[in-house]
Design a protein around this ligand. Structure first.
Ligand code: SF4
Length: 438
């Protein structure tokens, strides 16, 4: 055995790890390796200890989102206090490590994997776990200097499997990566590029056939904007969507179910049309649709570069409800540059949608690394707004982790101040056009 790969396997991020396993299982390598799954910090320490007795090198793979970075750094320190060795390398991947690689190294990881992880992991395995010169990594050399090996290639989505057959790890299937809508609060375009890459219908069908053969019944999709499937631009391509849904429905069989436009994907409001909703009804099992609204203020939607207005949100909700769907609407409170009239506009939209029968999925604005609003002030929800939001929540019209996200937002803002971006002014006016987005 040359190498043991220990996955710090957390429920919140299984998908990213499954995709890596899907790439690994088809890869020919001279390296003899084993993969272990560790679902707790204790299990991770035990797996590392066992791996050190079996192989000269151990890679521990972590993946996390920015709000979890601080808690996982504490977890990493605990694991290191139990077992550590120069033969063990803790590798952090995902959007936080990509956006803040030096912060990630300073927080205790040995290596930050930057960008899409598939080709990087394969090269790392080929190198027996030695990161030297492997593209897509940031690490410190023997002198402590930061080494950056550049972003790895962004390949067509069909290049790698979307889940793992060898390790029997399945998940919602990623049908689109990247997003051409560069909303200023969102990490997706930064992480995966501001254009769409779609998995082909043929390739999706292969995955669905594998799922059915394994006895799985539910097909769900991961996509930044569900009705953008098959298009390069802003207009939906409903023919491509229908081809996708029809083949998935056929592939998963009469006992199977297809979900589209519900968790974990959502639909942009201006894409909601009677035709699109009828396609969902014809082929899919979901009776709910998630629509991204984010704000009830056109001024804030413009500042966020959302590319749609408030009217489109209302129209989408009315249409969805008229077609018999439950409508969930994503909204973000505490957006940068909001004044009291913007806050009132958002509350008023939330109430209006709730009166129509929609449910509000509430978030607090978080200044996420990698986004144009990384250095914006953390979202704060004032007491009057909290009361109004609580009233909606008591009616059963609002849900979400918006309270917890206020704490995450403050912590992210503190970290951003400690790691200022070179050449960026932290006093950038939020509603003006910042230079050099993404
Ligand atoms: S919020 Fe949605 S539409 Fe906007 S950039 Fe992110 S993924 Fe794309």
């Amino acid at each position: 055995m040359d190498l043991v790969i220990v996955l710090r396997y957390r429920k919140a991020v299984t998908y990213g790890l499954h995709v890596l396993l899907g790439a690994l299982e088809e890869h020919d390598t001279p390296t003899r390796y084993d993969v272990r799954f560790a679902t707790t910090p204790e299990a991770t320490a035990e797996e590392i200890e066992a791996a050190l007795a079996r192989a000269p090198r151990v890679l521990v793979l972590w993946s996390f989102y920015s709000p979890d970075a601080e808690a996982l750094a504490a977890e990493l320190a605990t694991i290191r206090s139990k077992v550590d060795s120069p033969r063990v390398r803790h590798v952090a991947g995902g959007v936080h490590a990509t956006a803040e690689p030096v912060q990630t190294l300073d927080a205790g990881w040995d290596v930050a994997a930057v960008g899409e992880g598939e080709t990087t992991l394969l090269a790392l395995v080929d190198a027996g776990g030695d990161p030297t010169g492997v593209p897509g990594l940031v690490y410190r050399d023997a002198t402590g200097a930061v080494v950056k090996t550049g972003r790895p290639a962004r390949l067509p989505l069909d290049t790698f499997r979307g889940f793992s057959l060898r390790w029997q790890r399945f998940n919602a299937l990623e049908i689109t990566r990247g997003c051409l809508y560069s909303c200023r609060f969102c990490q997706t375009p930064f992480m995966f590029s501001a254009r769409f890459r779609h998995r082909s219908v043929h390739n999706v069908r292969w995955h669905v056939d594998q799922m059915r053969a394994k006895g799985l019944r539910d097909v769900r999709f991961i996509t930044p904007t569900a009705l953008s499937y098959g298009t390069d631009g802003e207009e939906p391509n409903l023919a491509a969507v229908e081809e996708l849904l029809a083949t998935c429905k056929e592939g998963i069989g009469p006992a199977g179910r297809v979900f589209f436009g519900s968790f974990p994907s959502e639909i942009r409001p201006e894409h909601v049309s009677r035709e699109a909703l009828r396609l969902v009804r014809k082929y899919c099992a979901n009776t709910n649709i998630i629509v991204g609204a984010q704000s009830g203020s056109d001024r804030i939607l413009d500042a966020a570069k959302r590319g749609h207005g408030v009217e489109e949100v209302k129209r989408a909700a009315r249409l969805g409800i008229a077609e018999g769907f439950t409508i969930n609407v994503d909204m973000i409170f505490g957006m940068p540059g909001e004044d009291p009239s913007d806050v009132e506009a958002s509350l008023s939209l939330a109430r209006e949608l709730a009166d129509l029968g929609a449910r509000i999925h509430a978030h607090t604005f978080m200044p996420l690394p990698g986004t144009p609003w990384r250095d914006a002030p953390p979202g704060e929800v004032d007491p009057a707004t909290i009361s109004a939001v609580d009233r909606l929540s008591q009616r059963g019209s609002l849900y979400g982790h918006w309270r917890k996200q206020q704490d995450h937002a403050s912590r992210l803002a503190t970290a951003a101040r400690q790691y200022p971006r070179p050449g960026r002014s932290r006093t950038l006016p939020i509603l003006a056009d910042p230079p050099g987005d993404l």
